[in-house]
Structure formats: C-alpha cells, structure tokens
Design a binder for this molecule. Structure first.
Ligand code: SF4
Length: 125
C-alpha cells in the first residue's frame, strides 16, 4: 500500500496536470485507485497546506468538490514577451550594477502590463 505522502504527491500532480479546469474529487480517487474516504482526507490535507482549493459542485445530483491547484507551473508563453530576452545590455544587467532590473523601465512596464492583465482576468478592473 502506498504511503500517504506518496498519495498526496500523486494527487497534487494529477490536480496540477488538469490545470485551471480542476478535477472532480471522485475522478481523482478513481485515477489513484483509492477510496473516497481516503481521498477526502488527502484533499483536506492538501487544502490545509495551501496547495489546492476545493469548490463545491453539484454533479449528477450529488454534491462533490472540484479541486483546483493554487499554483500552476510557469509556461514558456508566460515569458515570451519579457524584454530581457532580447535586451542588448543583458550581459551588463545585475542587481549590483548601474543597469539593473530594479531600475529598468522596460521590465517595470512589462510587469505592470502583466499585472493589469491578471487583474482583468479576475474581474478586478
Ligand atoms: S532588466 Fe531591463 S536592462 Fe536588465 S536585461 Fe531586462 S530589459 Fe535589459
């Protein structure tokens, strides 16, 4: 029988692989070949550790939970437009130098643009 921490890791990996669509708790336990009781315990544990969030959902007339990862791995697309990738002075850029990310207008603009997009996705306009 797999240890509980192994099951937690498997469960978390499966939830993360489903991304922002989330996964029904019942589907997760089917995938892990565990019992629903054990599954509920692990979901609560992952939620308690701040790794996932659970949202109640009515499925086929029964209440269950959909599990979402709190964090997703970063994708290459998320940094595709970062100004540092094509920056002509990147070799001289460091936090202790005159040219640094702390005082770079291009980087600040890009980060603000990203933050604006995220707040719009959350309905925070
Ligand atoms: S932080 Fe600014 S100066 Fe430094 S590499 Fe990125 S774009 Fe270039």
């Amino acid at each position: 029988m797999p240890r509980r921490t192994d099951l937690e890791q498997k469960a978390l990996r499966f939830i993360m692989n489903n991304g922002s669509d989330g996964v029904l708790q019942s589907e997760l336990w089917r995938q892990l070949e565990g019992s629903s009781r054990e599954g509920s315990r692990i979901a609560l544990k992952l939620e308690g550790k701040g790794l996932i969030r659970r949202e109640r959902e009515l499925c086929n007339g029964r209440w269950t939970y959909r599990l979402y990862p709190k964090r997703l791995p970063a994708s290459i697309d998320s940094i595709a437009n970062c100004p540092c990738l094509m920056c002509p002075v990147s070799s001289r850029c460091a936090s202790s130098n005159m040219i640094s990310p702390q005082n770079c207008e291009k980087l600040t603009e890009w980060l603000l643009f990203l933050a604006q997009g995220e707040s719009m996705e959350l309905g925070d306009s």
